[in-house]
Design a protein around this ligand. Sequence first.
Ligand SMILES: Nc1ncnc2c1ncn2[C@@H]1O[C@H](COP(=O)(O)OP(=O)(O)OP(=O)(O)O)[C@@H](O)[C@H]1O
Length: 449
Amino acid sequence: MSFGKELNVLLYVLFGSFDTLTTILSVLYMIGLWRLFVKCGLKGWWALVPIVKYYKLALCADREQEGRTVTLLHTVVTLVYIVNTYMEPGSVPYFFCALLDVACMPAVLIYSARMYSGLCRVFERRRWWVLLWLVAELFPVAPLLWGFRKKYQPLWLAEEIRDDADYYFSGRKAAILDQGLTVNLEERTAWEFFKKKYLLRNIHLSIQPGHMVLLLGGSGAGKTTFLNAVNGYEPAKAEVTINGRNMYKNYKEMQYDIGFVPQADLIRGCDTVYRTLMDTAMLRLPNSFSHAERNERVEEVMDIFGLTPVKGNLVSKLSGGQRKRLSIAMEFISNPTLFILDEPDSGLDGVMARELFTQLRKIADQGKIIIVITHTPDRVIDLFDDVIVLAKDAKRTGRLAWFGPIDEARAFFGKEKMEEIVKSVNREEEGGEGRADEFILKYAEVQHV
Ligand SMILES: Nc1ncnc2c1ncn2[C@@H]1O[C@H](COP(=O)(O)OP(=O)(O)OP(=O)(O)O)[C@@H](O)[C@H]1O
């Protein structure tokens, strides 16, 4: 058999096997893959192209990075096989090639598993399918079922991923302001079950001093995650600057430039209002401040937030509104440039909420930047300048669907009320209109012009 070796190489490259049964199984695998590629918007015949088919499968799985690695590893394994076919068994080079082959295997398994896990996400299937996909070339149940059965449908097409990504990434970075806040957030990720999850992507904006900004978005759109990235509690892959200074790089010196009022405060109930503020002043004001200067600042802040009449009261005896004002006053002690408040009006009635937001408006008018999350924005919307709308795209990543003046937002979404805007980007199963992708793309296009 003069072509024995060449035939072996050809069969190996095409089917990864030499005997009839495994060749048949490999052909079935390719047929399933062909159908699956078509479902995902790719040309079916890629399933016949050795090695490249893994890359195409990774595109269907929205796991391009893993796909590149898997493709590279399969190329190495195939080359090693070809080289070894022509080598003397037992020779030193043969041994090294065999070693390389064995060394590649765990990496092939790990990266393939990650790729298949992406496929399960795109097809909304349980993770145990990964195991069936790992043995699919010898036991092609997964590709045949997913390829032929109607109920196995991808959430989005592989082609679309690239088109959309082009749009999304075309969102220009915000120019860094000498005065004000600039956020250029590329991504904020988290690891979940050995899988990278994109919580936020491509959020670029800058806010001028004196602006009060509403942060809107449906449940789980990433509002808190975004605020935590901006205030540096949970840094993202981002550049955040305040008055032109990089906050992440100078976090220690700049942390008190940002006042962050979380949803639930952690104020001790057994201290008086005055004591609480004096303790905060000790912590946040520079050591160079004398006791008299600290006292003066505390008196000033109590005056601003209407806390002077209750200065001797225990925190536990304050009303909801007073307690809220106290937690804002604590953040105000260090005179921050940027003020971030996560639902400051939760539990407050309409009158108290209006009072609180009017106070915030006054602070903004002093040249500060205020960013607020609230679930009842319409009762105080006249006090705001701009709105940020975050929305979850088809891949459940939080993206920017709008940033700009309130009136322009109304025209952009074709909705009068802020609550209607939230509804329009919320998913249908959450009672919304499911138009998040439409507005994310539209906003990216507007930015691109
Ligand atoms: N560390 C983390 N690891 C994994 N997922 C996370 C992590 N932090 C947040 N998430 C997810 O990110 C998404 C956004 O969460 P986030 O709390 O920022 O939303 P939100 O817009 O503030 O929602 P809500 O209005 O319900 O508070 C959610 O799906 C949440 O489960």
